[in-house]
Design a protein around this ligand. Sequence first.
Ligand SMILES: N[C@@H](CCC(=O)N[C@@H](CS)C(=O)NCC(=O)O)C(=O)O
Length: 92
Amino acid sequence: MTVTLYEVRESPHSRKVRLLAAELGIHLHTVACDPRIGETRSADFLAKNPNGKVPTLEEDGFVLWERRQSSNISPPSTPSAVSAARTPRPGP
Ligand SMILES: N[C@@H](CCC(=O)N[C@@H](CS)C(=O)NCC(=O)O)C(=O)O
């Protein structure tokens, strides 16, 4: 399982996803994607995330964006850390 994080290193939104992944033991392959130089507006990136924003997570072709949504990623013991976040969890 390779989870890729498209990010801006100094972005607090990106940092929160990195911290959560570290806490869960998910190894992230990080790809710098800097809006300040238009990298989030490239055709390739917009095909992944039409909002053109980072952080954006990708695993096996499944793409997840919005930091709050990313906060639902699952530990690596689950079949798919990222796509599991698509399924809402029951509340407390
Ligand atoms: N609501 C988004 C906000 C993400 C966001 O604003 N990211 C900024 C970098 S910190 C960005 O990608 N901006 C590019 C743009 O708006 O074109 C989230 O929580 O993930």
